[in-house]
Design a protein around this ligand. Structure first.
Ligand SMILES: Cc1ncc(COP(=O)(O)O)c(C=O)c1O
Length: 376
């Protein structure tokens, strides 16, 4: 059996381990310490957003934002339909009711026209959402200008879920530089990884400082343990932050490699359709995602026969691939939740496949993937 090719395994530059040693030597084996401060500083500088707090995960960052907004039972949250469940999960736990918004064919991110329609309906019914969560899917920014304008006109807070999008751009803005705040993820398969971790960023200092306090059990700054509210244990550890500092220093190199990987696939698979890049920005190409022509199959929330055959053939060759995110409105747990549109995300799920895109992927690995796809 040939060596396994993973979808998006971690890639370490080599600097990370010496930074972890530095953290060990300082004996800050704790969820606070100089590496956490340093990671926040370099991260904020990289994304050009002034305030950042490092957390245990992207999900924790979203949960803190839902807390900040006071999301509670019965509230509505508008959320991109084509995403990973974390975009909405923490709000659901608070009793909020999701309303999903289909994506735009041209970008695969939230369709601003559907958002406009949904906000107008909600306004008429006097039940505007507590927040809109717009996702930068597979490293492509959603249409910040249009989505921001709509949210502002109804005075609805906008959260950018940039978990997958570090390094992407919307015009001159970095991914995540929109709305009230944004979140990023550093889990094992993301564009940079700390094994697990997340960041919450905002231009509003108050949002970040309240999240920082809540991520550390909302302890008051007095010598004894004093609490005016109940917080969480969501802070990133100093050891993990050391990995983040090492990874972030190589982001440009990682972005270049991701783009190169996609160019290999494009050259080797000229008959395939690739995820489009929006004219307003630059994707980070976190994963190379292809679309197959509709086969008629794939209705009722299942993969098309062709995609499943491709996936299985790759698997037999010890190559990991993954279907596109299954839309939220098709998830049994969200049965009955309102969804505006839905056919675009259904089609992308049924006919799409994410190809191995790890930074350590070699040209010959890509050729193995390409040959297997040709043969199937
Ligand atoms: C779109 C999206 N949102 C949120 C998350 C959650 O991030 P984490 O795994 O760090 O909690 C992820 C990744 O897992 C994601 O892909």
């Amino acid at each position: 059996m040939e060596r396994r090719i993973f979808l998006s395994p971690p890639w370490m530059s080599g600097d990370e381990l010496s930074l972890v040693h530095e953290a060990f030597d300082s004996n800050y084996i704790a969820p606070c310490g100089p590496m956490v401060d340093r990671f926040e500083r370099v991260f904020a500088s990289r994304v050009q957003i002034p305030y950042a707090v490092a957390l245990a995960s992207g999900t924790a960052a979203l949960d803190l934002l839902f807390h900040e907004l006071g999301v509670t039972r019965g509230d509505f949250i508008f959320c991109s339909d084509l995403t990973f469940i974390s975009s909405i999960g923490p709000a659901f736990h608070r009793g909020a009711r999701p309303v999903f918004l289909d994506c735009d064919e041209a970008t695969w991110t939230m369709n601003p026209e559907l958002l406009e329609e949904a906000l107008a309906d909600a306004n008429r019914q006097n039940r505007l959402p507590k927040a809109v969560v717009a996702v930068d899917l597979y490293g492509q920014c959603c249409d910040y200008d249009r989505i921001e304008r709509l949210c502002k006109s109804y005075e609805v807070p906008l959260i950018i879920d940039a978990a997958e999008a570090l390094g992407a751009r919307y015009g001159t803005r970095s991914a995540g530089d929109a709305g009230m705040a944004s979140v990023y993820s550093f889990n094992g398969n993301k564009i940079i990884t700390t094994s697990g971790g997340g960041m919450l960023c905002s231009r509003d200092r108050g949002i970040v400082e309240r999240a920082r306090k809540r991520s550390q059990q909302s302890r008051e700054s007095v010598a004894w343990y004093e609490h005016l509210e109940v917080g969480y244990n969501y802070r990133m550890s100093n050891i993990v932050a050391a990995i983040g500092v090492g990874q972030l220093a190589h982001l440009d190199e990682i972005l270049r490699k991701k783009r190169e990987i996609e160019s290999w696939y494009r050259a080797g698979l000229p008959d395939f359709t690739f995820m489009p890049e929006a004219s307003y920005g630059t994707s980070n190409r976190w994963l190379t995602v292809v679309q197959f022509p509709e086969q008629g199959a794939g209705r009722n929330g299942t993969l098309s026969a062709m995609v499943e055959r491709m996936r299985q053939t790759l698997e037999q060759e010890n190559i990991e691939s993954r279907p596109v995110w299954k839309p939220m409105h098709l998830q049994p747990v969200f049965q009955g939740c309102l969804c505006y549109g839905g056919s675009c995300s259904e089609r992308l799920f049924a006919n799409g496949l994410c190809l191995p895109s790890g930074v350590s992927l070699t040209r010959s690995d890509a050729d193995r993937v390409i040959e297997t796809l040709h043969a199937s």
